[in-house]
Design a protein around this ligand. Structure first.
Ligand SMILES: *[C@@H]1O[C@H](CO)[C@@H](O)[C@H](O)[C@H]1NC(C)=O
Ligand SMILES: *[C@@H]1O[C@H](CO)[C@@H](O)[C@H](O)[C@H]1NC(C)=O
Ligand SMILES: *[C@@H]1O[C@H](CO)[C@@H](O)[C@H](O)[C@H]1NC(C)=O
Ligand SMILES: *[C@@H]1O[C@H](CO)[C@@H](O)[C@H](O)[C@H]1NC(C)=O
Length: 374
């Protein structure tokens, strides 16, 4: 396995000062992916204790997992943050989000079959990004939830979720990576992890534009992504919030929530070109979700009396499990970085920046909330 060091990104805006002199902001802590503490957050401030844990393994790999260590490696190996329990709004539980991943091997929940409706993974000179469309009720988001942004900061610098970490192997065996941004919004998600060795990684993964969603924080060809699955190379985006007007580079200022809903934004985000795109079929790459569906349906069919449906289920199960085991073995050979998950509520979004060093980069992930109306 690769050795990983997690370096959190620069801190942006602190609100609540922690009273403890010993307090270290989550983003300033470093972690070794292969030797993670049980909980990255050892504090007990106004938001209480970290809900879950960062030491995740085969015994924590189930749909009740409270693993809060996420990865962003490739189109078939990434995680996002989603709720630990259904029927709650992300804005209310962003400190408690847990990792949901595309494949086994990370000790997390698995993103159920059909939840990912379209995905684009892109690697550029300075970051990796995964964006897509989701059937959000399948990841325990409420149907009308507009999500939120998860990041390693938060007003109290303990991160959202508290103690949430994100790692990646995308930046090369021993390279350092910096910065990550991740978020979810209504029916969409986005996650970006910046190369920790890039001096402006914190800016590329800036996460202060948490109210304007994936469109502005992870510019992509959104209109072409639903229903498709592809991995591409691409050019860098402008830093979040930056735009060029009349040849002059400007930076957007996000108004405070006290001024109400954001109704206008003075620019359209620049979407860089992508190339070398490889198309995939979701059923071939998201085998863990498929296996989960099969095991759930075989459990259900065993209690049914219909022979026809149960034999269909068991056939599917055979092919699903052989694929899943192939996926599992390849997963064990790869280092993973995790990204932030997303959730959706229009007003709370946040991106995070992380630094990654070594093979796996640990990042504190955050959720990005988006405003649906934008
Ligand atoms: C697996 O992870 C759980 C939760 O972090 C931890 O309590 C347990 O000790 C771990 N098991 C091993 C063998 O590391
Ligand atoms: C979620 O809320 C709906 C509507 O109130 C209710 O019907 C459903 O049983 C709830 N689900 C859970 C898991 O609590
Ligand atoms: C990373 O560093 C290790 C230890 O120094 C070395 O063995 C390995 O070859 C390096 N990998 C790369 C890709 O440079
Ligand atoms: C994405 O595609 C799925 C399947 O066609 C569709 O149900 C869903 O509404 C689409 N999402 C959006 C946001 O258009």
């Amino acid at each position: 396995m690769l050795g990983n060091v997690l370096v959190a990104s620069a801190l942006v805006g602190t609100a609540l000062a922690q009273s403890s002199a010993a307090f270290t902001p989550l983003a300033a802590k470093k972690f070794d992916y292969n030797n993670l503490p049980y909980q990255a957050d050892s504090d007990d401030g106004v938001r209480g204790r970290q809900l879950g844990y960062n030491r995740c393994n085969s015994t924590t790999e189930n749909q009740d997992s409270l693993c809060q260590t996420a990865i962003i490696n490739s189109i078939d190996d990434f995680c996002f943050w989603a709720p630990p329990r259904p029927n709650e709004t992300v804005g209310d539980i962003e400190g408690e989000m847990v990792a949901w991943c595309t494949k086994e091997g990370h000790g997390t929940r698995i993103i159920p079959e059909g939840a990912l409706q379209g995905v684009q993974f892109i690697q550029t000179p300075h970051y990796v990004q995964v964006v897509g469309y989701i059937d959000q009720v399948k990841i325990d988001l409420m149907a009308d939830d507009y999500g939120g942004e998860m990041d390693p900061h938060g007003a109290d610098q303990r991160g959202n979720p508290l103690g949430g970490l994100l790692f990646s192997t995308a930046f090369g065996g021993n390279s350092t990576t910096t910065g990550t941004v991740g978020g979810q919004q209504y029916q969409q998600f986005c996650l970006k992890a910046c190369d920790p060795s890039y001096e402006n990684g914190w800016a590329m993964c800036e996460h202060i534009f948490d109210r304007i969603g994936c469109k502005y924080n992870a510019p992509s060809d959104w209109s072409k992504i639903n229903g498709t699955f592809e991995a591409c190379k691409g050019d860098d985006q402008l830093y979040p919030g930056q735009y060029v007007e009349g040849g002059v580079t400007r930076t957007y200022t996000q108004p405070p929530e006290s001024l109400g809903v954001i109704t206008t934004i003075p620019y359209e985000p620049f979407t860089p070109s992508s190339s070398q795109c490889t198309p995939y079929t979701s059923s071939r790459i998201y085998t863990a979700g498929r296996q989960l569906a099969v095991s759930t349906s075989s459990a259900a069919s065993s209690t049914r009396t219909s022979g026809a449906s149960s034999s269909q289920a068991s056939q599917t199960s055979a092919s699903g499990s052989s694929r899943a085991s192939a996926a599992a073995s390849s997963a064990s050979g790869s280092a993973g970085a995790q990204g932030a998950a997303q959730s959706g509520t229009p007003q709370s979004g946040a991106l995070e920046g992380f630094k990654v060093a070594g093979g796996l980069v640990a990042v504190v992930a955050g959720l990005l909330g988006a405003v649906a109306a934008l």
